[in-house]
Ligand binder design. Structure first.
Ligand SMILES: [Zn+2]
Length: 167
């Protein structure tokens, strides 16, 4: 042990405690790329999971509930029927709506379209599984990336190339 800080290899240099990368330069670069990919994956996965969760909840609403919400915002009857039929409104039709109406109409159009997907496919639920998995995989990728760029404490000699692990 080098309690006194003198290098045992050259008996001249002083040992200085410092941090170095555990891996070589290429692995460290890969590690940083993995970390960035991980952050993007977690954000994207989290956002997608939140949206899927919302869609899963929304799609449980009955057409009557959607209808009454649109009526409550004074969306005209022909438009309500088209939305419930799963038709997309034209941009001309949308431009006649106010901003609040547009937002609800956009939301309900997506909900109705999601409902129209094959009955054995629950868009919200499968999206939730997909995006949650993506976020989970991204966390694992991030841990690997962190292992790649991790530093360790060592003693470096000021005179010779001796490297002594700090324990
Ligand atoms: Zn030395």
């Amino acid at each position: 042990m080098q309690e006194d800080g003198v290098c045992t290899a050259c008996k001249q240099g002083t040992l200085v405690k410092t941090t170095v990368r555990r891996m070589n330069g290429f692995v460290v670069v890969v590690g940083f790329i993995l970390l960035v990919a991980s952050v993007i994956g977690v954000l994207f996965g989290g956002l997608g999971a939140a949206l899927s969760n919302y869609l899963a909840k929304e799609s449980k609403r009955s057409p009557q509930e959607i209808e009454s919400e649109l009526r409550g915002l004074s969306v005209s009857e022909p438009l309500i029927q088209r939305i419930l039929a799963g038709q997309q409104l034209t941009s001309a039709e949308l431009s006649e709506l106010n901003q609040q109406q547009q937002m609800v109409v956009a939301k309900e159009t997506i909900v109705v379209m999601a409902k129209k997907a094959p009955s054995d496919v629950d868009v919200g639920a499968s999206g939730l599984v997909l995006f949650t998995s993506l976020a989970g995989v991204s966390v694992v990728v991030g841990i690997v990336g962190w292992l790649f760029i991790r530093k360790k404490w060592v003693f470096l000699c000021t005179k010779c190339p001796a490297v002594v692990p700090a324990t």
